[in-house]
Ligand binder design. Sequence first.
Ligand code: NAD
Length: 485
Amino acid sequence: MQNRDKLYINGQWVTPSGRNTIDVINSSTEEVMATIPDGDENDAAAAVAAARAAFDAWSATPPAARADYLRKIHEGLKARSQELAEVIAGEVGMPVKLSAAIQVGSPVANFGYYAKLANEFEWEEVAGNSRVVREPVGVVVCITPWNYPLHQIAAKVAAAMAAGCTIVLKPSEVAPLNAFVLAEVIDAAGVPAGVFNLVSGTGPVLGEALVRHPDVDMVSFTGSTRAGKRISEVAAATVKRVALELGGKSASVILDDADLAAAVKGTVNACFLNSGQTCSAHTRMLVPESRYEEAAKIAAEVASKFTVGDPFGGTAKLGPLVSEAQRERVRSYIRKGMEEGAELLCGGPDAPADLPKGYYVQPTVFGRVKPDSTIAQEEIFGPVLSIITYKDEDEAVRIANGTLYGLAGGVWAGSDERAQQVARRLRTGQVDINGGTFNLFAPFGGYKQSGRGREMGKYGMEEFLEYKSLQFKPGAPVLSEKAPY
Ligand code: NAD
């Protein structure tokens, strides 16, 4: 893997001001895959200046022309799909086949979608004696995490570019290599200089310098609730718009008339995807007290079929966790669950047998977890499922809503109608009904401390737009004119 020693600023690969580098570690070999620049405040300032200078022309570029660039990026990413799937399998640890379908398939689709949306969107409307115009918010800083690195980048960058914003991207320093490939694709697509800029470095230094910068209009952040709070504080000094996609502790509520086998299997799958490193993972499975024994047995059986191993080996369903720090964090939560008296149904804190290298953990299921215990309240971000029992539907809803978070969830019932009724009572951004699947066009985001704002679909692009209203004298001819786009 190629070391990266330049940043992409103002349409060029430039030598960074920060002279240090950061090692990117392969999660299954524990070896250094490549190094990236550890950018500093000067790099932040250069990237923001480039984005600011490019804004007037890009925001005035007709949406159809912006769409043409997005389509070229879509094609460019598609052509490099296999390479990207391997890069992300190395950085994050997701098995390469799944990585191709999910980690790369979704961002490729998203660039294509936002090209289409830019063409179809209603940019103006009439309200009484006003024309209401949607305009790009300005220079946007995008700060992203490591778990679905390119997906989270595309959800922001494609939507913000379609909206007419210019961008400074700071990807996660843990899984940044895919972002360098994206910058090459954007460069090859001929996107005007300064519209997209890539800087790399740490959150507290480079990230905060970007968030603090007075020429930045908006910060779009995905990551931990802890960092989201800090970013909100720093951004408040200049009253920036802040969009936050944060953590989760989502519940899968299995009602008494559900198909138990399908519901438990679906929940285990929704918990363990990407080794549990998914913000919307269904990490709490709520089952009626009367069906606990049956549910626990099925869950342990399903979990034991999650073979753990080399993401490049072809047979593993679960790869390693992303880093040593993450592995230790997950193991300490498993120990905590045991100390707090939950029933360990399968897995445990020890490394899986025969995998001496790589940040692997065993898929783990706890039964009879108390709703207020640590493992039922805190985001673990590993393949750890907690089964919690309830007496009646009201108690199930109370437990499901009983955390600081509100990102996702699921309801399983004998009918979609019944499941939907319970789903409407959950204080959370998205709910899968009887195993309903992820939808790229639906709004994604959280209630409560899971964040603020929505990504994906038209809702994601609207986050990057301002409203402007132009008042005319009633009946003025301009009110019946068509929008210029
Ligand atoms: P993290 O918060 O540690 O880091 C995310 C990004 O923020 C990185 O680029 C990091 O460098 C940067 N950062 C950290 N501190 C910063 C600061 N003070 N100022 C500016 N930037 C800063 O999160 P992570 O470990 O990379 O990702 C895992 C977390 O992300 C989990 O909590 C997960 O739930 C959450 N997540 C949420 C969503 C969602 O859509 N809601 C999606 C994926 C991940």
